[in-house]
Design a protein. Structure first.
Length: 368
């Protein structure tokens, strides 16, 4: 675990420094022009949460879901307006489907999950600067107001007084490290481990932790609250797109057929009922290679969606784009404006280092 921690931090640090150097050098605008001559592609940014956290160590939820603080987000949007062409995702998809040309340097801004800070922090800044955005929300969480399961898992690991994590159904019986920083890494490893299992096992394991450690999700927390329908209606009335992120934020590829179809159809119907519009877009929950496949794509088409975003890193070339597997560029908390600008300009080289999908949490585990 320590080795990966070190190499991850090193890779992030190196890329941040290179990004800032590129930005300060003034080379990015000419490189952007040069790249546009040889590469005709569309960029879609993926955000989760926009939040100011004065003390990151004291924050009791998943820091990896914080994409930027308010000032950083404002600076990123400023750069988008100066150097790129922000467009609604719907306009981008319509143009791709119809073959219509889009402005060079088109960028769409998207948000996943539906955290309350999207309304409280991101929405006023987007509106003030006139940048369009699409918010993908998990409708069951908007209905219930309950925190997201994966974020609650991180919360439980950070807060528990238990000394060991025992989840025999996931082949885990491991000590929980004492320090908060070590627990964050442990929780990140646990998330990667758990996401390899089918959805029912994942949810059963999380619910068991809630019960055994007496930390029910229903206890909720102001730091991990979803938006309300009232807030989403206001955002939609202001011109922002609201799309589906499933009902209960489960990995669709890990669900049996009936549950898969239920998540897709029910979330779409709920959005249409609550917002009185068609909801043509989906972002696959989790969204990486493990989260969607051909079966999920076929079910997405059958449920009536016009396009779907993945969480696979990359841009979308006009010649080879897939409207049911749109690549995105995730924005991460460690990105300053320089790195952000460098990623948008040179996405092939300047993305956030891909997180290791394998896990070593079970290296020390005892099989049940
Ligand atoms: Zn999500």
């Amino acid at each position: 675990m320590a080795r990966r921690e070190h190499s991850d931090i090193e890779a992030v640090g190196i890329r941040a420094r290179i990004g800032e150097m590129f930005y300060a050098s003034g080379l990015l605008p000419p490189l952007q022009k040069l790249r546009a001559l040889v590469r005709d592609d569309l960029r879609i940014l993926a955000y989760h949460r926009i939040l100011d956290i004065p003390d990151t160590d004291a924050f009791e939820f998943d820091l990896e879901l914080i994409s930027a603080d308010a000032d950083g987000f404002r600076a990123q949007l400023g750069l988008l307006k100066r150097r790129f062409q922000p467009l609604p995702l719907g306009e981008m998809v319509d143009a791709l489907v119809s073959g219509r040309r889009l402005p060079k340097n088109a960028v769409a801004v998207t948000f996943d999950d539906g955290y309350e800070d999207n309304y409280r922090v991101a929405y006023p800044i987007l509106r003030e600067l006139g940048v369009p955005a699409t918010f993908f929300v998990s409708t069951g969480h908007i209905d219930s107001g309950q925190p997201f399961a994966y974020d609650w898992l991180v919360h439980m690991i950070l807060r528990t007084g238990a000394l060991r994590l025992k989840l025999p159904e996931l082949n885990l019986d491991v000590p929980i490290p004492p320090s908060r920083s070590a627990r964050r890494l442990f929780a990140a490893d646990l998330l990667r481990h758990i996401k390899a299992f089918d959805s029912a096992l994942q949810m059963a394991a999380i619910m068991r932790m809630e019960q055994e450690w007496d930390m029910p999700r229903s206890a909720s927390s102001p730091d991990c609250r979803p938006m309300s329908w009232k807030q989403l209606r206001e955002m939609h009335a202001s011109g922002f797109e609201i799309g589906s992120h499933g009902v209960s934020h489960q990995m669709l590829a890990k669900l049996p057929d009936d549950r898969l179809h239920g998540e897709l159809k029910q979330s779409k119907a709920t959005l249409e009922r609550e917002l009185h519009v068609t909801a043509p877009f989906l972002a696959y929950p989790v969204g990486g290679d493990l989260a969607f496949d051909h079966r999920v794509i076929n079910a997405t088409k059958a449920a009536g969606y016009a396009a779907a975003c993945s969480y696979v890193y990359g841009t979308n070339r006009r010649t080879s784009w897939n409207q049911f597997s749109l690549n995105r560029l995730p924005v991460e908390r460690e990105m300053g404006t320089g790195w952000f600008a460098a990623m948008l300009t040179l996405p092939e080289f300047m993305g956030y280092p891909i997180k290791n999908l394998t896990t070593n949490i079970s290296d020390t585990a005892c099989s049940s």
